[in-house]
Design a protein around this ligand. Structure first.
Ligand SMILES: [Zn+2]
Length: 83
């Protein structure tokens, strides 16, 4: 596989979360001081810088759902999982 840095499919940053005890998606946000901080997408806990990145497929395998594709994302209703 060949990665290109501008490819929007390249990645979802990930790192291991001590709270969740697994690898999670890391997102960046601003903390109270206006500094960029990394947080766990699952528990919102503080995280170190990402250790790598998942591709879209790997993200789905890890149990995440990707919103915003195709039709409008509908919060609170999932037509796929039957929950
Ligand atoms: Zn976490």
């Amino acid at each position: 596989m060949w990665f290109e840095t501008d490819d929007e499919d390249v990645g979802f940053p990930k790192s291991r979360c001590a709270t969740c005890e697994r690898e999670v998606v890391v997102y960046r946000t601003l903390d109270d001081a206006g500094q960029i901080a990394c947080r766990c997408l699952d528990c919102n806990g503080p995280m170190p810088d990402p250790e790598g990145a998942w591709s879209r497929d790997e993200l789905i395998e890890a149990g995440y759902k990707i919103e915003g594709q195709g039709s409008n994302a509908q919060k609170g209703s999932c037509g796929n999982c039957g929950v």
